[in-house]
Design a protein around this ligand. Structure first.
Ligand code: NI
Length: 170
């Protein structure tokens, strides 16, 4: 197990499109475990492989309060999305300190492989539905701030670059 460095927006690697996982093997399971450890350590509810610079279709999620219900979704596909949309406040471990509203489907059904390579279908609503859609966007190279206005996005970009520069100066 290991903590992995998380890429920070506007790192261009966050815009990489992830490739499907070919085999759910020991390497993939180890990556999923490291991602879970990294996510829990950072107090996040979800993490996509893209964010740790591994460009494979793999996400980990835990939206439980007790932080004891890890979900590993490999090669996830949305097979149904509700026409009803909902505006939710989102944040992202790759954009620390920034929270803003994004409109997404209120509920979704997703098919994915689990850490054992078995196909599962998950019906998600509420925070889980938001989180799955947010993490799946990462696999397509999309960060949630791209839903915001160009003005807001540029402000966030400037803030992130400045924060990075200040951190390096210390
Ligand atoms: Ni994120």
């Amino acid at each position: 197990m290991a903590l992995l460095p998380i890429l920070c927006y506007p790192d261009p690697r966050l815009h990489t499109v992830a490739k499907p996982v070919q085999n759910v093997d020991a390497r993939v399971r180890a990556l999923a475990q490291d991602m879970l450890e990294t996510m829990y350590d950072a107090n996040g509810i979800g993490l996509a492989a893209t964010q740790v610079d591994a460009h494979e279709r793999l996400i980990v999620i835990d939206v439980s309060e007790e932080r004891n219900q890890p979900l590993v979704l490999i090669n996830p596909e949305v097979i149904w999305a509700s026409p009803q949309k909902k505006l939710n406040e989102e944040g992202c471990l790759s954009v620390p300190g920034i929270y803003d509203g994004v409109e997404r489907a209120e509920s979704v059904k997703v098919r994915a492989l689990d850490a054992e390579g078995a196909s599962r279908e998950i019906a998600a609503e509420g925070v889980l539905a938001v989180c799955i859609q947010h993490e799946m966007d990462h696999l397509l190279g999309k960060v949630f701030v791209e839903y915001l206005s160009p003005l807001k996005r540029n402000r966030i970009k400037t803030k992130m670059i400045k924060a990075r520069r200040d951190a390096e100066r210390v």
